[in-house]
Design a protein around this ligand. Sequence first.
Ligand code: TRP
Length: 400
Amino acid sequence: MAEQDIIIHPEEDIVDPWTVKSSSDKGVDYNKLIEKFGSMKIDEELIKRMERVTGKPVHHFIRRGIFFSHREMHHILDLYEKKQPFYLYTGRGPSSDAMHLGHLVPFICTRWLQETFDVPLVIQLTDDEKFLWKDLTAEETHKLAYENAKDIIACGFDLDKTFIFSDFDYVGGCTDFYKNICRIQKLVTFNQVKGIFGFDDSTCIGKVGFPAIQAAPSFSSSFPLIFGGHTKVPCLIPCAIDQDPYFRMTRDVAPRLQFLKPALLHSVFFPALQGAQSKMSSSEPTSSIFLTDSQKDIKDKINKYAYSGGQATVEEHKEKGGDCEVDVSYQYLRFFMDDDAKLEQLRKDYTSGELLTGHLKKELITVLQKLVGEHQERKAKITDADVKKFMTPRKLNYKY
Ligand code: TRP
């Protein structure tokens, strides 16, 4: 079976680039997803090897299974050991200026990878995609790309090694990029994208052709200024697992173009405040903590909406204990509390019933107020001129 031929059964979780729905309150069954998508689990052996090769502990996202699945990460480590080059590619669909906590996850990991492996990075802002899929004008999504770039830059990327681009700017402006898009489009049939993305006869042709645009940055020849026309610089893509369909398609066409298949690191979804059945979504404001929320908003939202895995009464809670697997405050702490020992203590005490939900919420509020507050401070310092620098095609500074 080719990587892209995936059969979806109706009773299963739905995971594609547009929908994430699970019938279980524990959220999507990620082990099943690995099987269905045909990717590999990030296991202890890979984690140990990453630590050995880089000489430092892996990011807690990797340690805690938030990045849980991969394709060919061992190959990337082989290259790194041989001091051979690779680059990172990730992206964002700019559908609103309200970025939320979940949106930070791939960027935090990407920043860590850039710093750890000291490699160049390209970040695609798919303003074209959001124009095609959402009720927004092309001018609006183009503008949103620039606004989102500030939040992305605020994650701490290195200007010397990072190129951020809007598709509207770059697809029209770079011949090599557009050539690659057409090369990919020539190899993928309507029938194939119907199967991979669920398109049908009434899907507009803009959407039908779009997957090639998300695929193209996986190939170094799409960035002549960065890689000087080298077609064989390997690529590693950190992304949420819902983006995998695009890259299954990419990996399928790569050998036919004599390009390399990109490697991938997949993350879980960031749960909505209401629980893990759905992911955090900007279009559901009460499901989300936004990067623009005030300290008070954060406190109020967590207290009001964060789904509790605790029991109905204090007595019952003390007796039976809380359920960390469904408790949203605990789940968010797994993403954003650095301190392993403290997190483990909270888990134990909540599970035994000693700690009440209110306590977990209080811990979470402190962590998130700090995280969002610091993000806002960094973002406030980023000027339009800084954004322009990141978004100007140029030679990046890397060693090979
Ligand atoms: N389609 C993604 C979104 O809607 C944006 C994106 C483009 C992306 N290229 C990517 C995400 C590469 C991860 C990796 O958010």
